[in-house]
Design a binder for this molecule. Structure first.
Ligand SMILES: Nc1ncnc2c1ncn2[C@@H]1O[C@H](COP(=O)(O)OP(=O)(O)OP(=O)(O)O)[C@@H](O)[C@H]1O
Ligand SMILES: [Mg+2]
Length: 399
């Protein structure tokens, strides 16, 4: 069928033609926005899940919801070994610029922008903060205001974030709205910055300031947060984003096709669910190839059978292969050993046993794989792939 009209969208953070099966999370977030704007106590949300389940897409949906309610918003994508100071400054700048035109007292906006500028430029001992900056030069954040010294610029991120958030939240309070800071790949925020973020959120929630941090990350993110602050479980509501149910996966395929007057036979939907296992990225990937290779509506089970190998081939190169390529030979051995032990989380000492090595000698490979976001440990001593069906992919690879 006409590839130009193909509605499916496999890709990182690609908005799906139909956001299927996330009604509950969307409803929950509506309540969060409403309560926070009214100064009610409310926990913020953290989305967790495997690669390709739709965390980024849902985070972007949340952001659109906040913008629709005239909130200020900004988003960052955390990177390992990079302080969040500058990205947070840029995101808060964006949020304040959204609010500024509606505010009646321009001098209040200027002052908060001045605090933000000082925050962005604060000297820190932390080398992560200066990453990418020229030695000796003061970073110019492009904020059109005179830096207000003495607030949010101590260099201690914890103190500075609290002061910045409190001041920014007061602008939102004036307007009866809130500010939402979205953090994608939150498991990559450096440990000391996680701690500062939690403290700042904690402080804000105590004074009822309408500013929330909404995060998304891999399944071990809750463990990362609680290792940093034991009260993090009471600060955030964790929403585990998972595979789509059969009916949601069917809806993800049939709703956009319906708009193009294309239908699926029941057998085609059966075969597509079997192939995708309900994982949103796979739903889009198989849907896309099936559409392109089908000759006419309705799409049949045979069409899916013809398309599946091609879709698998594309996944093997793009989704799986690109990740596999990022691993060193030692790391690949580690993952292959994991794959032979099955698809559930596996004990690290069993991986060591199957490689005939001492567990401690494998720690570097394991830690690097965690850092690269290929595996995660949600429970002490257990390890699992972050990428759905990765074990299956590895077992099919020639040695
Ligand atoms: N609810 C949904 N219904 C249908 N398709 C979806 C849904 N959520 C996400 N998708 C599709 O799944 C794919 C992956 O989405 P996304 O990039 O948000 O996943 P992710 O969890 O952020 O992955 P990663 O951990 O790799 O960043 C995209 O192609 C998107 O269009
Ligand atoms: Mg993502």
């Amino acid at each position: 069928m006409d590839p130009v009209r193909n509605p499916y969208a496999p890709g990182a953070g690609q908005r799906p033609p139909e956001l299927a099966g996330r009604e509950r999370e969307v409803r929950q977030f509506e309540i969060v926005l409403e309560r926070v704007a009214r100064g009610r106590p409310e926990r913020s949300m953290i989305l967790t899940g495997l690669r390709g389940v739709g965390k980024t897409v849902l985070l972007n949906t949340f952001r659109s919801m906040a913008i629709q309610r005239l909130w200020g918003s900004g988003k960052i994508e955390a990177r390992p070994d990079q302080s969040i100071r500058r990205p947070v400054a840029a995101a808060m700048h964006m949020a304040l610029r959204e609010l500024a035109p509606r505010h009646r007292a321009p001098e209040r906006i200027d002052r908060v922008l001045g605090v933000l500028k000082a925050f962005a430029q604060a000297k820190t001992d932390d080398p992560k903060s200066a990453k990418g900056a020229k030695a000796g030069s003061r970073w110019q954040p492009g904020i059109d205001a005179v830096a207000v010294r003495g607030r949010a610029d101590s260099g201690d991120l914890e103190i500075d974030l609290v002061e910045l958030f409190v001041d920014a939240a007061s602008i939102a309070t004036d307007l009866g709205v809130g500010i939402a800071l979205f953090i994608d790949e939150m498991q990559d925020v450096p440990a000391e910055d996680v701690s500062a973020l939690c403290t700042a959120c904690h402080e804000l929630s105590q004074i009822g300031g309408p500013l929330i941090v909404v995060g998304a990350g891999l399944p071990h993110l809750p463990a990362v947060l609680s290792a940093s602050k034991s009260y993090s479980e009471r600060l955030f509501r964790y929403a585990r984003i998972d595979r789509l149910s059969r009916s949601a996966a069917d809806h993800a395929l049939t709703a956009p096709a319906g708009l193009e007057e294309v239908e699926f036979e029941q057998g085609a939907l059966d075969a597509l669910y079997e192939a995708s296992d309900g994982y949103p990225f796979f739903v889009q990937a198989y849907g896309k190839v099936t559409w392109d290779l089908s000759l006419h509506s309705p799409i049949t089970a045979d069409d899916v059978r013809v398309a599946a190998p091609e879709a698998e081939e594309e996944l093997a190169v793009g989704f799986f292969g690109s990740r596999y390529e990022r691993a060193t030979p030692a790391e690949r051995d580690y993952m292959r050993a994991m794959a032979t032990l099955g698809d559930e989380p596996v004990p690290t000492n069993e991986v060591a046993r199957s490689l005939d090595r001492r567990p401690s000698s494998l720690s570097p490979a394991r830690d690097n794989l965690i850092k690269k976001g290929l595996i995660y440990s949600a429970e002490r001593g257990l390890i699992a792939f972050t990428v759905p069906h990765f074990g299956k992919f590895l077992r099919r690879q020639p040695e």
